[in-house]
Structures are given as structure tokens and as C-alpha cells.
Write a protein that binds this ligand. Structure first.
Ligand code: PTJ
Length: 247
């Protein structure tokens, strides 16, 4: 479909088209479009911008990534479709391993998402071999890579489902989430939830990683002082404010 650059929602329309094409290619799950629509709706409530509390969460997440011994960034179909380049750049900057880990899991889709990321420049990807299990999940979704999520101490999970976020936390991992829904079980289960749109949050975290690389004292202070509960409350407040302003 031809989309005019003058359209006020040009970026959103182009993204929708791309996500829809990626459903056709088996990268994005068909229900991924529903998840994307929900994400767009929450982004309206943020005024489609990064608010200060979200930026503070992004900085705390960056501090955790730099302090980690084995940091892993998980990638699903939506995250790959929306932000492959950004996630690859962030993984290089930390450095962290990238692991493809899907909700709607089939060997074909795992391969397609892996290939999509490799075409975007990812190397050393994990996820094709899923030789470990997360406790507390009864389905196939418990599977993960022993070398990746299995041994990770810190896991960044963009757009994850609540059960797996809770299982990762129960396994003793520090869970950093990117989820624009501050009410989601994932955001609540996380140690740090960055309540922001994925394509803004990822480069933002990368910038904080660069800034904090040589500041270990500041990193530890950020980690100590961050309260996910308080930050989520501020994020809900920011959304309410937008609703009042527009009302
Ligand atoms: O590729 P798969 O098979 O692993 O499936 C991926 C999806 C996203 C379909 C799957 O993990 C899923 O169903 O997720 P949920 O439970 O719908 O959760 C996705 C969360 O991400 C929701 O809370 C959305 O509000 C949020 N979200 C959606 N789009 C964005 C977002 N958060 C930040 N940025 C977005 N662009």
C-alpha cells in the first residue's frame, strides 16, 4: 500500500505495513499484530514520547546490564520486526548475548526470526538450540538456551508475556522489561520495567550504557535507589495526566 509522507500518522502506518508483511514471512506471529495495536494505544497515553520516569528506568536498566556477568537480551517476533537494528546495536554495546525466544514457538518460526536478525547483522545468536528449561512454566515456553537465558544473571525482555517474566524472576534472574503497559504482569514482575515504546526505549538504554560505562559508583547507586513500584506509579500518573490534558 502507498502511504503518503504527509499523512500525520505516517510512521505508525509504515510500521503497521511492515509488521503485517512480516506476518506473511513468518517472522511476526499473527497475534503479534494485536499486541502491537495494544502497544500503540498505550503509547497514545504517553503522548508518544519518552517521559522522565521512563528515561530513569532506562538508565537503571543500563546500569544492571553493565553490572551483569552474563547479560542476555531475548528477542521475539515483534521485537525483531520493530527494532532488529537497535537490539543488535545494544547487545554489541553492553556486550550481551541475543537469544531468540518465542511465545508462539515452532522450529520454523525460530529459524525465520534467527535468519531475519542475521540478515540485519546479528552474529553469535542463541535460540536455535533450546537445551534448558525454566521452572514454573508447564508448556513448551519453558524452553531456553542453557548458554543464554539458562546461565544469565540479568535478562532484558522486550515485550514478554507475564508467565515467563515471573518464571525468570523466580529463577533468581534480574529481569529488565520493556513494556509500554504499566499494568502488565511483566512490568510488575520486573526488577526494572521501562514503560516506553520499544523503538525509543532501546536506543535510550544504549545511550545510558555508553554514559555509564566508566561510572561504576553511579551504576551501583542507580541500582540501589531504583524502585520499580514507585516508577510504575509515576508512569501511570503520566498516562493519567495525558488523559486529563486531552479531555
Ligand atoms: O513472536 P512471539 O511468538 O514470541 O510473540 C510475541 C508476542 C508479543 C505476540 C507475545 O509475546 C505476546 O502475546 O505478548 P503479550 O502478552 O501481548 O505482551 C506484549 C506486551 O508488549 C503488551 O503489554 C503490550 O502492551 C506491549 N507492547 C506491544 N507493543 C509494544 C509494547 N511495548 C513497548 N513497545 C511496543 N512497540
Amino acid at each position: 500500500m502507498e502511504i503518503s509522507k504527509d499523512h500525520p500518522r505516517y510512521r505508525s502506518l509504515v510500521t503497521r505495513e511492515r509488521m503485517s508483511e512480516l506476518v506473511g514471512k513468518g517472522v511476526v506471529a499473527s497475534t503479534g499484530l494485536i499486541a502491537h495495536g495494544r502497544g500503540e494505544a498505550f503509547d497514545y497515553l504517553l503522548g508518544e514520547r519518552t517521559v522522565p520516569a521512563a528515561d530513569e528506568a532506562a538508565r537503571a536498566a543500563a546500569a544492571h546490564l553493565l553490572e551483569a556477568r552474563h547479560p542476555v537480551i531475548t528477542v521475539n517476533g515483534n521485537a525483531a520486526g520493530l527494532c532488529a537494528d537497535g537490539l543488535i546495536a545494544l547487545a554489541r554495546e553492553v556486550p550481551a548475548r541475543l537469544e531468540v525466544n518465542l511465545f508462539h514457538r515452532t522450529p520454523e518460526r525460530i529459524e525465520r526470526v534467527c535468519r531475519y536478525l542475521e540478515e540485519a547483522g546479528a552474529t553469535d545468536l542463541l535460540g536455535r538450540e533450546q537445551d534448558a528449561w525454566l521452572e514454573g512454566i508447564a508448556s513448551d515456553r519453558a524452553r531456553c538456551s542453557a548458554e543464554g537465558i539458562g546461565r544469565a544473571d540479568v535478562v532484558l525482555i522486550p515485550l514478554e508475556d507475564g508467565d515467563r517474566a515471573a518464571a525468570l524472576a523466580a529463577a533468581g534472574k534480574t529481569v529488565l522489561a520493556i513494556d509500554i503497559n504499566p499494568l502488565s504482569r511483566t512490568a510488575i514482575a520486573a526488577k526494572v520495567a521501562v514503560v516506553d515504546e520499544l523503538t525509543r526505549a532501546v536506543p535510550n538504554i544504549e545511550r545510558h550504557v555508553r554514559e555509564l560505562r566508566d561510572r561504576p559508583d553511579e551504576r551501583r547507586r542507580l541500582i540501589e535507589e531504583f524502585s520499580n513500584e514507585r516508577n510504575l506509579e509515576r508512569m501511570r500518573g503520566a498516562m493519567c495526566e495525558t488523559l486529563h490534558q486531552k479531555g
